[in-house]
Design a protein around this ligand. Structure first.
Ligand code: UD1
Ligand code: CA
Length: 451
């Protein structure tokens, strides 16, 4: 069976004035990912052929941010927010000639699941228009789905509803799916003759029925349709998201030593039998493989931790950190844009940036790669089985060869060939009895002063 092409239309024009923020609402984050990215992620399961994002408030910021996450988005701007039908209508030109379905999603509604969207696509086999509904605990100001048996007849906004209609608890999530060209034809007939003087997307159901098209509702759990309007709702959504990610990780065979203090990002991947200690924070773009151990109080982002590697406690892995099998990063160590090859160790108090550390190399306590000259970044490479003494400064660009050594406290400014020892410190001399003598002089001085 050939599948119907799908275009996503993501509404992201609203201001979100109740967030009390300079940041556009859809860019506020849950699990270190913008709300709008959450909304789009679930829909990737449908393998959309096109995605049109309708921006308005903070359009430039929204476009820039979302383009970092997806490279195939089309943007269209809604300069005045005249209602949801008007917003969808902004995608008309972008979808002209598109023969397939349009699925309308909302940038401030992050939790609609892939399974729910798949069941909407399935329901489209039997109905011309499919709406996602839910049974509301408190129907409040949601639009009400007015049904007749299995047929959805129309949607009435709370503001325009009669008391009988207000008693209906089956509510509109806003998510709608139908043939794209049908959607635009129906929208052309929508008027703003209602309590809000807005063009309601919800009106297309009644218009579709009047044309003899069929409509149906698919329902999901109310939690999926949660929209974010305030910082309180954002904070509650973050908690709900973390609870779900923790449960998923445990299901997937990850050991969380203290689940309540593990913080995941929207895209964190942790393999089976990995162990995560208390108070670990995952920023975006982290993969931790099977059997790795992330110890307490570590912060990871943009990094890859291979099998059996050990990180922390109190370690920081920044973007571009690549720990190969069995590598070790210990306490108070920061790794940025650097590879630790198999079995390499950086165990204490170090900064390793813009570097390659060879297999089994050991980086002594307090070692620093001096990678930045104030303008440019430079690379450091350390060969396999090298031994870097404690408190070595590696002034990049610099290469230390395989099986080479540096003495403690060495400032490495020149390459060190394979197997050589680099020493740059001043030779030690001991002045016989000098320490005692000096103390006597100083104490005598103090007595004279105090007298
Ligand atoms: C809408 C639905 C309502 C449903 C509710 C679910 C309509 C008319 N009503 O109401 O039935 O129960 O969502 O939350 O569709 N937007 C734009 N441009 C606009 C208007 C809205 O981009 O011109 C965006 C908003 O930023 C928001 C979304 O569309 O993300 C929904 O708009 P909103 O005004 O919040 O609609 P509701 O009144 O909540
Ligand atoms: Ca809303």
């Amino acid at each position: 069976m050939s599948r119907t092409p799908i275009a996503l239309i993501l509404l992201a024009a609203g201001q979100g004035s109740r967030m009390n923020s300079d940041r556009p609402k859809v860019l506020h984050e849950i699990g270190a990912g913008p709300l709008a990215v959450h909304a789009l992620r679930a829909a990737t399961a449908l393998e959309p052929d096109k995605t049109v994002v309708v921006t308005g408030h903070g359009a430039e910021q929204v476009e820039k941010s979302l383009s970092k996450h997806y490279d195939d988005l089309e943007f269209t701007r809604q300069t005045e927010q005249n209602g949801t039908a008007h917003a969808v209508d902004q995608a008309r030109a972008a979808l002209s000639g598109f023969e397939g379905d349009a699925l309308v999603l909302y940038g401030d509604t992050p939790f609609v699941s892939a399974e729910t969207l798949e069941s909407m696509a399935e329901a489209r086999e039997d109905a011309d228009v499919v709406v996602l509904g839910f049974n509301a605990k408190d129907a409040g100001r949601y639009g009400r789905l007015i049904t007749n048996g299995p047929s959805l007849e129309r949607i009435v906004e709370a503001k325009d509803a009669t008391p009988e209609e207000l008693a209906v608890t089956l509510c509109n999530s806003g998510v709608i799916m139908c043939r794209a060209q049908t959607m635009f034809e129906l929208i052309a007939d929508v008027t703003n003759d209602n309590a809000s003087e807005e063009y309601y997307l919800t009106d297309i159901i009644g218009l579709a029925r009047a044309r003899g098209l069929s409509a149906a509702a698919v329902t999901c759990d109310e939690a999926e349709t949660l929209g974010i309007n305030t910082r309180h709702e954002l904070a509650a959504a973050e908690s709900a998201f973390q609870a779900r990610k923790r449960a998923e990780a445990l299901e997937d065979g990850v050991s969380l030593e203290h689940p309540d203090s593990t913080f995941f990002a929207f895209d964190t991947v942790v393999g089976r039998d990995a162990v995560v200690g208390p108070n670990v924070v995952f920023g975006p773009d982290v993969t931790v493989e099977s059997g790795a151990h992330i110890k307490a109080f570590s912060h990871l982002e943009g990094c890859h931790v291979a099998r059996d590697a050990v990180v922390g406690p109190f370690a920081r892995l920044r973007p571009g950190a690549e720990l190969q099998e069995g590598a070790k990063v210990g306490n108070f160590v920061e790794i940025k844009n650097a590879t630790l090859a198999e079995g390499a160790k950086v165990n204490h108090l170090s900064y390793v940036g813009d570097a390659h550390i060879g297999e089994r190399a050991n980086i002594g306590a307090g070692t620093i790669t001096c990678n930045y000259d104030g303008v440019f970044k430079h690379r450091t490479t350390i060969g396999a089985d090298a031994f870097i003494g404690s408190n070595t400064l590696l002034i990049a660009p610099v290469d230390v060869g395989a099986e080479a050594m540096t003495g403690s406290g060495t400032v490495v400014t020149e390459d060190v060939p394979d197997g050589d020892l680099a020493l740059s410190r001043v030779r030690q001399t001991n002045k016989i009895g000098f320490a005692r003598k000096l103390m006597q002089i100083l104490r005598a001085k103090k007595m004279k002063k105090d007298a």
